[in-house]
Design a protein around this ligand. Structure first.
Ligand SMILES: [Fe+2]
Length: 266
């Protein structure tokens, strides 16, 4: 894939420059597809419009480790360690989080559509104003003392997960001038072992920032991008209380959810 050199201060690049690069890379992909190349829904490790991906993407093959050994030295979790209250991000000891309350449900599935039960799913996100509680987040938007933006749950026998949360706001980042991330929720999915952890992001339907965001667009395949967007589900919405969104996660196969390379975290 042709790449554009990273400038010394890429945060000065304009949105037009970034959008032009995204469009060119997508056009290159469309050309490859038209010539008979297979769909590319793998992680793009070095997508030039996503500036820092060029500097920090892995350059060597993954190192294979002995999963047994890792499990002996890593933290462990059990079903009893995850309480039902941990899937509700809107409540705290002091009061309720501010923002647009939402119910987020979905299923964790394998390539054949079979439910994957008993799996730990963790989420983290910005608050309604687009601010993370994280120290590195200097976005001048208010913090919400009643919202930490983290939650977790274990999938049930049908592979279902359910979170109650607040719709996150978009937030600025320093990829280029006037760069904004579309609203998203980060997901971490564990298999049966910590060495099987996968991380991805879920987006919201109809976000006007989609065409402008180099992270979302680093997935060059439109179908693969679409699989990261939740659906609004009116049946799931709860009267006088919350809007419902549904998003399934597929672990592998041709309909697999796109998962991030290690280190991507914006
Ligand atoms: Fe984020």
């Amino acid at each position: 894939m042709p790449q554009t050199p990273v400038s010394s201060d890429s945060a000065q690049d304009s949105q037009d420059t970034i959008t032009r690069e995204i469009n060119q890379l997508h056009a290159d992909y469309a050309e490859r597809r038209a010539a008979g190349a297979p769909a590319e829904d793998e992680v793009a490790l070095d997508f030039a419009p996503y500036r820092s991906s060029i500097l920090r993407h892995p350059t060597k093959d993954p190192r294979h480790v002995d999963p047994e050994l890792i499990e002996l030295t890593s933290p462990a979790f059990g079903h009893t360690d995850v309480g039902p209250i941990e899937s509700d991000l809107t409540i705290s000891e002091r009061g309720e989080a501010l923002g647009e309350r939402m119910i987020l449900e979905g299923r964790l599935l394998d390539a054949d559509g079979r439910p994957v039960s008993g799996q730990l799913i963790e989420v983290w996100q910005a608050n309604a104003a687009g601010r993370y509680i994280h120290k590195r987040d200097q976005h001048p938007a208010p913090l919400d003392p009643n919202f930490t933006g983290t939650g977790r749950c274990i999938t049930d026998s049908e592979g279902r997960y359910r979170f109650i949360t607040i719709k996150p706001g978009p937030y600025p980042w320093k990829n280029h001038m006037n760069a904004w991330r579309p609203a998203h929720i980060h997901f971490s999915v564990f298999g049966n072992a910590f060495t099987q952890r996968l991380v991805t992001q879920m987006y919201f339907p109809g976000d006007p920032l989609f065409p402008l965001d180099p992270i979302y667009n680093s997935i060059v395949d439109q179908d693969a991008r679409d699989r990261l967007v939740a659906e609004y589900d009116h049946e799931l919405s709860s009267p006088e209380w919350a809007l419902g969104y549904r998003w399934n996660i597929v672990l592998n196969g041709s309909k697999s959810t796109w998962f991030e390379a290690e280190g991507d975290e914006a």
